[in-house]
Write a protein that binds this ligand. Structure first.
Ligand SMILES: *[C@@H]1O[C@H](CO)[C@@H](O)[C@H](O)[C@H]1NC(C)=O
Length: 615
């Protein structure tokens, strides 16, 4: 009898557990992976082992496995190792780089990017990954943040470097270009020196003092507002971010497609470093191209893809094809896919495991939606919360600061409510800050949060965690504006606008109106090909879906919605240009009460500016 009861309980128990939490199996797998990573990290810390060591280990293990495929070339692990030996020797001899030095990389996605980084690691140097889209003042600013002695630039970027050359010369910076010769005084060719160098391995003694806390990289924030900041990435952080592929379930026989820029965390750390950690094959592409995306996936048998920002929407916006599901992609990892795009993407491109993550390059807290729940950016897990404590705290969007109680402490929001994400800074979850920017580093720290003397990293993001433990992105501070005393979330308005049949992309922001408090809504729209803006239809839709204070009062039509190099929408500049027809040649429309969107005129603008027309 007892045996029978026991048997029944054992049989029913999993069912009960499952009913209480249908994700129990995935939670368990995540826990096992997290524990494995924890053990691995512990080993890496006690006997320091860098990502370069990991790469060299894979070279030993499978020298003839394909490591990097780029356009028509293919390099095995062993070949990549040799290529980087040559670069390292050329840099040691001609640029006198040695352990502890920093060199800045200023080039686009190509194999030399990877060889040069490996080479710098072999010499015990730090690489500063400059965004190759920046120019002049911004370039100089980024370069001087990282104290580099050497600038290594791509052959196609010579013009951009020449612009800032006098200033670099003044600072005594050595500039190398990845071409065979260069006639410009102050720029030395490097490719010829690389070709002549020996491919023999370099002594590990050259990097004997590098440890887990040593600087590995500088990665720049995308700078949607103001100048970019150089986030300081040490080896510990590099490792932690590289494990994302393991969490996403990437296997050693996978082939990953890296089309995101290598100067950023997603492409470089999660993509390239993660691939080295797993010892897999990388297909590198110079630039993302929506029209070539799936052809590349088919051509190279790609199984893992990455996305960021608006990428998934771009893919969904391409014309439908019969072979949309004909590919081997099984995992997509990234950040920033919205719920509607997610559903559409799966319907159209088949059963792909989308592993949406959340985190900032410099942040000390992140989430992974390892169960694939549509719309969520992550899932809470007890192990994770113990390792890096975080909280969602009440935030006052008007005063733009966290709400404090009578004792001056922050208030954690109840489950299901939106709050500002803060991550406790400590030994396990450090915040390294920004290079040479104490002010911005301090600005990201929030003090006396729950007790006197504690310090938290202020993510700047408003999140919500539901009763099942799923984390949802609500807003980035600054992505909400107030109009007529109401909060308007730009992403929500954009989601509504995207439902209009002629709208392909929508970028929503608030603009200042003289004599009015707050900001009024404005949207920059990209229309679908061969479609016109229909002011009446847009108005009908806006009226049916949004309260009056949230409706964009002004609409601006753009040929392309402005994005950063990492596909985040740019809002600042648009907000500054506002709705003045003299400030732009883009068509502008004005929402006239009870009528619809009509073309914006200079008279209309003048009367709004002068206050004769109140909004
Ligand atoms: C892709 O896979 C197919 C079938 O498994 C194989 O025949 C083909 O050679 C592969 N292509 C590449 C580029 O590896």
């Amino acid at each position: 009898m007892i045996a029978y009861i026991l048997f029944t309980v054992l049989a029913v128990l999993p069912l009960i557990l499952y009913m209480r939490n249908p994700y129990i199996l995935k939670d368990l797998i995540y826990a096992i992976t997290a524990v494995k990573i924890g053990i691995r990290m512990g080993k890496i810390k006690t006997h320091f082992y860098s990502l370069l060591d990991c790469f060299l280990h894979k070279v030993e293990k499978h020298p003839h496995k394909k490591f990097l495929i780029f356009e028509e070339s293919c390099y095995t692990y062993s070949q990549a190792d040799k290529e980087s030996n040559k670069v390292a020797r050329a840099l040691a001899t001609h640029a006198s780089l040695k352990e502890g030095d920093t060199a800045a990389l200023f080039l686009g996605n190509e194999p030399l990017y990877v060889w040069t980084w490996l080479a710098l690691s072999k010499l015990g140097c730090t690489a500063a990954l400059l965004n190759y889209n920046i120019r002049s003042k911004s370039l100089l600013h980024c370069f001087s943040c990282c104290d580099a002695k050497v600038l290594i630039c791509g052959a196609d970027l010579q013009g951009a470097v020449e612009e800032v050359l006098p200033s670099l010369k003044q600072q005594g910076i050595r500039v190398f270009i990845l071409s065979e010769h260069c006639d410009v005084d102050g720029i030395e060719s490097l490719l010829d020196k690389i070709k002549q160098a020996s491919d023999q391995p370099l002594s590990p003694q050259l990097r004997a003092n590098v440890n887990i806390k040593s600087l590995a990289l500088y990665i720049y924030t995308s700078g949607t507002t103001g100048l970019p900041k150089a986030a300081v990435i040490n080896h510990e952080r590099l490792w932690m971010a590289s494990f994302l592929q393991a969490i996403a379930g990437v296997r050693s026989d996978d082939i990953i497609y890296i089309h995101l820029p290598l100067y950023h965390t997603a492409g470089f750390v999660m993509g390239l470093c993660g691939a080295i950690e797993k010892g897999i094959t990388v297909v590198l592409r110079r630039k993302f191209s929506a029209s070539n995306f799936w052809n590349d996936c088919r051509k190279y048998n790609i199984t893992v893809i990455q996305y960021i920002g608006e990428i998934m929407r771009y893919l969904c916006n391409t014309p439908k094809k019969d072979n949309d599901k004909d590919h081997k992609v099984r995992v997509a990892m990234g950040n920033g896919i919205r719920g509607d795009t997610w559903t559409e993407f799966l319907e159209r491109f088949g059963n792909i495991r989308i592993c949406e993550c959340y985190g900032a390059t410099e942040g000390n807290v992140g989430f992974v939606n390892y169960v694939g729940k549509v719309g969520a950016i992550g899932r809470e897990h007890i192990l994770h919360k113990t390792m890096c404590p975080y909280a969602l705290i009440r935030y006052d969007t008007e005063k733009e600061e966290p709400v404090r109680d009578s004792r001056g402490f922050c208030i954690e929001v109840p489950k299901g409510e939106t709050g500002l994400l803060v991550g406790k800074i400590g030994v396990k979850a450090p915040f390294s800050g920004y290079a040479k920017n104490k002010q911005q580093t301090e600005k990201k720290k929030l003090k006396d949060v729950f007790e006197k003397g504690d310090i938290y990293f202020n993510s700047g993001d408003l999140l919500r965690i539901d009763h099942d433990g799923f984390v949802y992105f609500q807003d980035r501070i600054g992505d909400t504006f107030r109009w007529k005393g109401e909060n308007v979330a730009t992403t929500e308005v954009a989601d509504h606008l995207l439902m209009v049949d002629f709208v392909e992309e929508a970028n929503v922001y608030g603009v200042k109106v003289p004599g009015h408090e707050g900001r009024i809504g404005m949207a920059a729209l990209k229309l679908k090909e061969n479609m016109d803006f229909d002011g009446k239809a847009a108005y009908q839709h806006v009226k049916n879906t949004m309260p009056s204070y949230a409706r964009p009062r002004f609409i601006r039509i753009q040929d392309a919605v402005a994005v950063t190099g990492t596909f985040k929408q740019l809002k600042m500049k648009l907000a500054e240009e506002g709705f003045d027809p003299a400030a732009t040649s883009d068509p502008l429309f004005y929402l006239e009460d009870n009528k619809g969107y009509t073309p914006m005129t200079q008279e209309l603008f003048n009367s709004i500016r002068d206050g004769t027309l109140r909004l």
